[in-house]
Design a protein around this ligand. Structure first.
Ligand code: SF4
Length: 312
């Protein structure tokens, strides 16, 4: 079989499990009901894309984004306010552009969320809309395979090695808006309040509560701890890690190519390092396990629809 072109998301699926890849790209199945967090994530993601593609001012967002959920507009407004100063130094190079990279004889099509120039260096930005922002020192996040490969792709495209990548974390909820207790003489539920410094400070100032020692204590804590709603983790590039990612990808593509040639798509769950826990978030799990156990899949199959045809 001739060397093929694969989208980066197809490659990621194949790395996860070749059986999952065959459900998605050969049978073109997708679950009828996608989990809600997918919709929320993609809506916010689109807003971020528009923000950097169109370079809008703070007041213009609401009108332009009126197709989006109000809470997402509010998150984006808060986001742009939070990053207003830092974003002045971000020079947008390209936004969500389809790029191609060669990996051995294969071509991988990929689309970084955003590439910026900051103080003379290129950075690849990945918007991450999350329920909770992970710890910046978590080594798993620092070595995310996909991003190492993106650095190589951007290097091939621009001829310049990026300085690294930026995980641009946006939490899928707004800082909690404080409220006064019924008597109106103090702020309710301060201790457990999941909010950020600016939100509490603004409210306390507007309601004459800034001198309350409990408010001051809470503001001190919020000021000393990383913001729980918006964070950017800058990870610098490492040539060795990028090389490793490149060659691992090459081997994965060889495996995928061989699977396509022989029409055999082994289940990840049967691999020695995987186990059924690795399948917990797989959308094809009911179908896959039913087939594996020799159970009639007619009923389970009703939960899937055929995806529109796209490039593999
Ligand atoms: S359930 Fe597990 S083995 Fe089956 S397709 Fe999904 S990831 Fe692969």
């Amino acid at each position: 079989m001739a060397a093929r072109k694969y989208s980066h998301s197809a490659l990621k699926t194949a790395q996860r499990c070749l059986k999952q890849w065959s459900y998605k790209y050969i049978d073109r199945l997708e679950p009828k009901d996608r989990p809600k967090y997918f919709e929320e994530g993609s809506d916010l993601h689109e807003l971020l894309e528009k923000l950097y593609a169109e370079g809008l001012g703070f007041d213009e967002y609401v009108d332009l984004y009126d197709q989006s959920k109000p809470e997402h507009q509010a998150i984006l407004n808060r986001y742009s306010e939070f990053w207003e100063e830092e974003d002045k130094d971000w020079e947008v190079v390209f936004v969500e552009e389809d790029l191609e990279m060669k990996v051995g004889p294969y071509t991988v099509v990929f689309k970084p969320d955003l590439v910026i120039r900051l103080h003379g260096n290129l950075w690849v930005v990945d918007h991450k809309t999350v329920a909770e922002i992970p710890d910046e020192t978590d080594p798993y996040n620092m070595s995310d395979f996909q991003h190492l490969l993106y650095l190589e792709g951007v290097r091939q495209h621009t001829g310049e090695m990026p300085a690294g990548f930026v995980f641009n974390y946006v939490r899928r909820k707004l800082p909690r808006q404080p409220e006064l207790v019924k008597k109106g003489d103090r702020i309710a539920d301060l201790r457990r309040m999941d909010t950020d410094y600016d939100t509490l400070h603004r409210f306390a100032e507007a309601h004459g509560q800034l001198s309350d020692p409990d408010v001051q204590e809470k503001l001190k804590i919020l000021n000393l701890t990383p913001n729980r709603y918006f964070q950017r983790h800058y990870i610098t590039a490492n040539e060795t890690a990028i090389d490793e990612a490149y060659w691992d990808t090459y081997m994965e593509l060889q495996k995928l190519n061989e699977s396509e040639r022989t029409h055999t798509y082994p289940r990840h769950v049967l691999g020695g390092y995987a186990g059924s826990a690795a399948c917990a978030r797989c959308p094809y799990q009911p179908l896959c396990f039913s087939e594996m156990m020799g159970i009639n899949t007619d009923v389970v199959a009703l939960d899937y629809i055929e995806r529109p045809k796209r490039e593999k």
